[in-house]
Design a protein around this ligand. Structure first.
Ligand SMILES: NC(=O)C1=CN([C@@H]2O[C@H](COP(=O)(O)OP(=O)(O)OC[C@H]3O[C@@H](n4cnc5c(N)ncnc54)[C@H](OP(=O)(O)O)[C@@H]3O)[C@@H](O)[C@H]2O)C=CC1
Ligand SMILES: CC(C)=CCC[C@@H](C)[C@H]1CC=C2C3=C(CC[C@@]21C)[C@@]1(C)CC[C@H](O)C(C)(C)[C@@H]1CC3
Length: 420
């Protein structure tokens, strides 16, 4: 009989351990409300701290909460429909492999039809703008509720299913990082579902609602709003089209499903990633055609780097003999896997992050240079990716040892060539 693999206790704690986790549990929701409240003021100045706070009772609306549940329910129903293929995730520590349904792109198509039918029947998407704070508050409650349920469920989960990064034994830390790696109800994978569908599609829907609101206020959408919507929609569509690639990301492979990812997926992504569009509704910007073309080219550059770097690695990991990657140089590792040292992965050690950060800048530039607030995403994202890169580097050094050191010697820069 195969010996049951027990996930070891997490010894190296991230994010400053339990204290850092506790601070982030308060800081993440506080940041969402700080950004939204500041964005709603006329000056939208980050220095006006604290922004005017509404009474707590006005944030709670049963109607918006039910609407949010209906949205998540619709996405859950679409996830369960037998559309699309079923694929296997990577081999887990206990040598098992989980099955995943790949139908996020289909779900997006059906969602577009549902929203389109609603609009034809007179639905006002600008409701989302008008009730933005209440919706964010509902998402916060949902995220806390789900995180508590997940933590409770994880206490009864077999040892083999715990997350290597969220098994410290400290309840606050494990609640934040996620105690169980791939919590499921039957074949319904909660983390995989939340990572792409309600939040990412919700983000695209919020952006569209901002565009509709701007149209209601000024008669037509501005060029800046159209660019922000188009760029971010491309990013969302890309993520859904390449759904399978998410199965090898750190979030699915290493991180548990706890408050960090639950709140990140359900509240942080739809309500802070849409900040540029929210900003443009009340702070219109004039954008010349030449500036728009420059920003378009910048986004195109970022997207090309992001997509081709991610595809190169995914193709190589799925089949190292694929003709698209056989010409690339590699170094062997003791695990039997090889590391790419030419192509994008020979340029810097995280070319996909570089592309992502370039795109982040292109998403904020349409908001002009008068305010810092719409650049929040660029600052936050650079910090997130630098921190993520350090976490990944640490794990790779542990996995590949000397081979990783050799890779770092041959490819000295992490994200920004000649800088970092
Ligand atoms: N918009 C957003 O909010 C966010 C976006 N992202 C994006 O998500 C994408 C995925 O990011 P993430 O999961 O962090 O990490 P990556 O997709 O960059 O994966 C890192 C892994 O790739 C493998 N690897 C590293 N170097 C090499 C090499 N030279 N050759 C072959 N394999 C290598 C290693 O795993 P192994 O060897 O085990 O295969 C490593 O652990 C990125 O494009 C990122 O920009 C990420 C976070 C937030
Ligand atoms: C501390 C803090 C703010 C934590 C929250 C982080 C989360 C918001 C992000 C962690 C990794 C993410 C990924 C995406 C969205 C943001 C979160 C959840 C992602 C789904 C965006 C679309 C990309 O194409 C992607 C699929 C590669 C990406 C995966 C990681």
């Amino acid at each position: 009989m195969m010996e049951r693999y027990k996930i070891p206790r997490t010894k190296e704690l991230e994010f400053g351990g339990p204290l850092g986790a506790m601070i982030l549990i308060f800081l993440m929701p506080a940041t969402v409300f700080y950004l939204l409240l500041t964005c709603h003021t006329e000056q939208a100045s980050v220095l006006n701290f604290p922004p005017p706070l509404p009474p707590l009772s006005t944030l709670w609306s049963p109607h918006t909460f039910l609407l949010l549940l209906a949205w998540v329910g619709l996405q859950a129903a679409l996830y369960m429909l037998p559309m699309g293929k079923v694929t296997e995730g990577i081999i887990l520590r206990d040598k098992s492999r989980l099955q995943y349904r790949i139908n996020a792109f289909h779900a997006m198509g059906v969602t577009a039809l549902v929203v389109g039918a609603g609009l034809a029947a007179g639905l006002r998407l600008s409701y989302i703008y008008d009730h933005f704070l209440q919706l964010a508050f509902s998402a916060l409650l949902l995220a806390f509720g789900l995180s508590f349920l997940l933590y409770f469920k994880s206490l009864f989960a077999p040892d083999t299913t715990l997350a290597p990064g969220g098994n410290s034994g400290n309840p606050i830390y494990d609640f934040f990082m996620g105690h169980e790696l791939n919590p499921r109800i039957g074949s319904f994978d909660l983390k995989y579902f939340c990572e792409l569908r309600p939040g990412l599609l919700g983000w695209a829907l919020v952006n569209m609602a901002m565009l509709m609101k701007e149209t209601e206020l000024r008669g037509s959408p501005s060029l800046a709003m159209l660019l922000v919507n188009a760029f971010q929609l491309l990013y969302v569509v890309d993520a859904l089209w390449n759904e399978e690639a998410i199965l090898t990301t750190m979030d699915i492979v290493h991180d548990g499903f706890g408050f960090m990812l639950v709140f990140g997926d359900l509240a942080w992504v739809p309500f802070t990633y849409s900040l540029q569009a929210y900003f443009l509704v009340n702070h219109p910007q004039k954008l010349s055609l030449s500036m728009a073309v420059g920003i378009l080219l910048l986004n195109g550059l970022g997207y090309c780097i992001f997509r081709s770097a991610n595809s190169q690695k995914n193709t190589f990991r799925r089949n190292p003999n694929d003709p698209r990657v056989t010409g690339l140089k590699t170094i062997p590792t003791a695990t039997g896997r090889r590391l790419l040292v030419s192509g994008w992965w020979g340029f810097v050690r995280h070319p996909n992050y570089l592309g992502d950060i370039i795109m982040a800048l292109a998403w904020s530039l349409p908001c002009g240079l008068t305010h810092v607030l719409p650049y929040f995403y660029v600052f936050y994202f650079t910090v997130l990716l630098i921190h993520r890169e350090a976490r990944d580097e640490h794990q790779c050094l542990r996995k590949y040892g000397l081979a990783w050191q050799e890779y770092c010697r041959r490819v000295p820069y992490r994200i920004f060539p000649y800088l970092y």
